[in-house]
Design a protein around this ligand. Structure first.
Ligand SMILES: Nc1ncnc2c1ncn2[C@@H]1O[C@H](COP(=O)(O)OP(=O)(O)OP(=O)(O)O)[C@@H](O)[C@H]1O
Length: 582
């Protein structure tokens, strides 16, 4: 039997139970007290039976009855309090584990998130941790408790008669060996079942997120087909794992009946040869019945361990996944607008398929750059590298002369603001959506930015002003309004470099123009990079970079390139309506 599950278990347990050591110790003390009481109560009843036979009705019987009541009352009290403590410890430990997992997953690179669906991650962060709650609260304490109870009963039986102790000890050994042997295959089945469950939830999450597209494209039957396929796999793997765990239970019930019979037969034998009183026979029967509880519980806890081992394996797997993006040492570029330099940067999402090839350019601080090029040319990839969602395989990116890999990631993301055409809005108030839950941004700042990007009329029509709740995923807002809110959100963080990736693509021409004017104010004192297919969006930028098949084919001041009839940019300007891809 491998001890790896136990070492894993103890390292997780030590990490998350340490802060609750006081409660865990109190819980253990209460459980220990209840072991003593559980052994003591039948002894009092045994004495009661013998005293009745020997003395008839007497004062001693009343004391024994009262003692029995007190012992029962204390046992129940200890159980209630320890159950409360178990729940409390379990919830606190699992919540802390959940929070750590979530923080870890959020810090992983984009490549990881592209490989895992949201539903799958939810299931791993919440589902797996939920399944560990018993494991955290009860496993060690209950295992110890029941093993001690088992030992206590065997000692008590041995004190009555050594033959009793030996026979019942051998019986317990038989039960444990039989159940452990039967349980061998269960772990792998639970691993498969948990995988099937996260696959199911991953698919469900994805389908729900894309419900509009699914309906409009008429692909409901495809979704149902895959829903049933995954659901069926989840159902069958879970029921197989459950059944494989149920067979030891069925066998254990048979063995427990055998144990009771053994106790009764041995008690009767000792009574027949005059070595036991009726009270002792009663005690032997109660103790051999009481043996079932720890044997049963040890078996259940071990079965839960099987389930938990698969969760722990998956949780550990997640914790041991490291982001390919390493945090910098915290070098700070000079304050204010950032210059951007790409030095011979090459990058590909997959090996051997370069997307950017030897890209070099320098954008001085405070200037704005428009990047144009055909679809799939690598424009968005440039912004992802800037933001360190990926790191280039070759070359260096500098922000005000400092390699951007040297900045702390949180500093980088504070100083660089990114707006894409996919706006993520939360089911929260307008204020929280704009400030990202930061409380130090004043109403005045928010209203100024809203006015600058032309959202004042929209704001004044809101029922509760900044406290108006937005629907999930921006429901109730037009795509253009959502995009304008994303603008406001980024500008409120006061970045030194702003990157707009097709950020105004969903705005009607009039709103787009309003935003253009507001943007001039907002770009003031900052460096800007604008990616746009619509060339009219680039009317105010200082420089232009033309990208084709991942290579820079032109870079220079916009006005110069526009007036040079041989430049790629001026040729692009002559395409119909400024559209750059035919
Ligand atoms: N996450 C990814 N994994 C693998 N390949 C990717 C990924 N993202 C983009 N690509 C590929 O990289 C190439 C460049 O994509 P990128 O999004 O940078 O182009 P783009 O110029 O911004 O295109 P568009 O104008 O359509 O937005 C494309 O061939 C695309 O298929």
């Amino acid at each position: 039997m491998s001890f790896r599950p136990f070492t894993r278990y103890f390292s997780l347990l030590a990490r998350y139970l340490k802060p609750q050591m006081g409660k865990a110790l109190l819980m253990s003390a209460l459980l220990l007290a209840s072991i003593g009481l559980q052994l003591y109560s039948p002894w009092v009843l045994g004495r009661f039976i013998d005293t009745t036979r020997e003395q008839g009705l007497s004062q001693a019987l009343i004391w024994l009855a009262l003692l029995f009541l007190l012992a029962t009352f204390l046992t129940q009290g200890a159980s209630v309090i320890s159950a409360y403590l178990c729940e409390h410890v379990a919830w606190t430990a699992t919540n802390n584990l959940r929070a750590d997992l979530l923080t870890h997953v959020l810090g992983l690179d984009l490549a990881f998130h592209e490989d895992h669906t949201q539903g799958e991650l939810l299931e791993r962060i919440d589902g797996d941790v939920n399944d560990l709650s018993n494991f955290f609260s009860k496993f060690v304490v209950h295992m110890l408790f029941h093993l001690l109870l088992l030992l206590g009963i065997l000692v008590a039986l041995s004190v009555m008669d050594w033959r009793l102790g030996i026979s019942m000890g051998l019986y317990c050994l038989l039960v444990i060996v039989a159940l452990t042997w039967m349980r061998r295959s269960t772990v792998n089945r639970w691993v498969v079942a948990r995988e099937a469950s996260s696959e199911f939830f991953g698919f469900l999450g994805e389908s729900l997120a894309a419900v509009e597209d699914v309906r409009s494209n008429g692909s409901m039957s495809y979704v149902w087909h895959h829903f049933y396929k995954r659901f069926y796999r989840w159902y069958t793997t879970t029921s197989h794992a459950g059944w494989s765990g149920a067979s030891p239970w069925i066998v254990s019930q048979g063995l427990f009946v055998l144990g009771r019979m053994l106790g009764l037969v041995l008690g009767a034998y000792l009574w027949s040869i005059g070595l036991a009183s009726p009270g002792t026979v009663y005690l032997i029967f109660v103790y051999s019945s009481l043996l079932m509880q720890p044997l049963d519980q040890v078996q259940w806890q071990l079965q839960d361990l099987n389930k938990s081992v698969s969760c722990i394996q998956r949780i550990e797997g997640l914790f041991s996944t490291h982001s390919a993006i390493e945090d910098g040492d915290g070098t700070q570029p000079a304050a204010g607008a950032l210059s951007v330099t790409f030095e011979k940067v090459s990058f590909g999402y997959t090996e051997g398929e370069p997307v950017l090839k030897n890209v070099s350019f320098h954008l001085p601080a405070g200037r704005t750059l428009g990047i144009v090029g055909r679809t799939g040319g690598g424009k968005t990839t440039i912004t992802r590298l800037l933001f360190r969602m990926y790191d280039p395989q070759v070359g260096v990116i500098r922000l005000s002369e400092v390699p951007h890999t040297e900045l702390h990631l949180c500093e980088l993301r504070q100083r660089v603001g990114l707006i894409t055409q996919d706006v993520q809005l939360f089911h929260a108030t307008v204020r929280d959506n704009l400030t990202f839950f930061k409380r130090d941004i004043s109403d005045e700042q928010i209203l100024t930015v809203l006015a600058e990007i032309g959202l004042s009329p929209w704001y004044h029509a809101l029922a509760d002003g900044l406290e108006t709740m937005l629907g999930a995923d921006g429901a109730g807002l037009s795509a253009g309004e959502a995009q304008l809110l994303a603008f406001a959100r980024v500008f409120l963080t006061n970045p030194d470099l702003v990157v707009l990736d097709e950020a105004s693509s969903r705005l009607d021409p009039l709103t787009g123009q309003l935003l253009e004017q507001g943007m001039e104010k907002l770009f003031a004192g900052r460096t800007g990079i604008v990616i746009a297919h619509r060339l009219e969006t680039l009317q105010r930028v200082d420089d232009i970079l033309v990208l084709e098949h991942g290579k820079v084919i032109e870079f220079g001041p916009r006005t110069e390139l526009a007036s040079d009839p041989d430049s790629h940019f001026s040729r692009l300007l002559h395409y119909v309506d400024g559209a750059i891809h035919a």
